[in-house]
Design a protein around this ligand. Structure first.
Ligand SMILES: Nc1nc2c(ncn2[C@@H]2O[C@H](COP(=O)(O)OP(=O)(O)OP(=O)(O)O)[C@@H](O)[C@H]2O)c(=O)[nH]1
Ligand SMILES: [Mg+2]
Length: 234
């Protein structure tokens, strides 16, 4: 009897060990991926074309553009370092599910570049905060850093990166409070935790566990040095 129980226990331990090894492997085996996410017209496909030798159409995208082996990290001496799969996702909100599908447990998302048009005005930038909030719920506590690209700094009416940051933080703070209130009413602790990111009080990107920064640039002028440097540090 003892022998049967110990054999069964041993079998269970081996099965569990194999399960965990398989899980860890499937999570890390995909090529590191960098996602281009953000509102329609912000310049994601234009940046994708600049960083790859693909020439995707810069009309409203309806399917993701994908390119493998992109040398996004360039060292000081100009040598290529790591290579990534770069994925440019459509910005239209009806196609948002295509973005969330990239966060499948078998994928290996290293970083997300959230592109906004810094010349599109306060209202449009504030509207982008709701997608950014949903994105941060997926990246926070998963070791995925997020760079917010304040693109189109070549235009006369462009906003500074610190202004873009303030608008997004204020808006995310408001969304976070309203979500907290509604899950609180539903009475589920688990859902409550999932909808909360950051510390109590004013919402700030600095309070998150992942690195979340805003840096300006212009795809049109090929002014991407700040973004390139950020990528070298991830
Ligand atoms: N002035 C200026 N225009 C830019 C810049 N980057 C992109 N654009 C223009 O912005 C428009 C939209 O660019 P796309 O790259 O197609 O935008 P997208 O983010 O891929 O949009 P969706 O596919 O709809 O999600 C195009 O006309 C680009 O030429 C920039 O840095 N400055
Ligand atoms: Mg596009």
């Amino acid at each position: 009897m003892m022998l049967i129980v110990s054999t069964a226990l041993l079998g269970l331990v081996i099965a569990l060990a194999l399960f965990f090894v398989f899980q860890t492997k499937s999570k890390t085996s995909g090529t590191p991926t960098i996602l281009l996410v953000g509102p329609s017209g912000s310049g994601k496909t234009s940046l994708f074309n600049l960083w790859t030798d693909v020439e995707a159409d810069t009309v409203t995208s309806v399917v993701p553009n994908r390119c493998e082996n992109v040398p996004l990290q360039i060292s000081e001496d100009g040598e290529d370092t790591d290579r990534f799969t770069l994925v440019d996702l459509p910005g239209h909100e009806k196609l948002e599910h295509l973005t969330w599908a990239e966060f499948d447990p078998s994928s290996n998302v290293r970083a997300v570049l959230f592109v906004v048009d810094a010349a599109s005005g306060q209202q449009k930038i504030a509207a982008a905060a709701s997608q950014l909030f949903k994105l941060l719920l997926r990246t926070e506590n998963h070791g995925i850093n997020v760079l917010i690209l304040a693109n189109k700094c070549d235009l006369f009416n462009t906003m500074s990166s610190s202004r873009v940051k303030t608008i997004l933080e204020t808006e995310i703070g408001a969304i976070r409070s309203s979500k907290q209130q509604s899950v609180g009413e539903a009475g589920s602790d688990e859902a409550e935790e999932r909808a909360w990111i950051g510390l109590d009080g004013k919402f700030q990107f600095e309070d998150l566990e992942s690195v979340v920064q805003v840096l300006d640039g212009s795809v049109k002028l090929k002014k991407t040095t700040k973004w390139d440097k950020w990528l070298s540090g991830i």
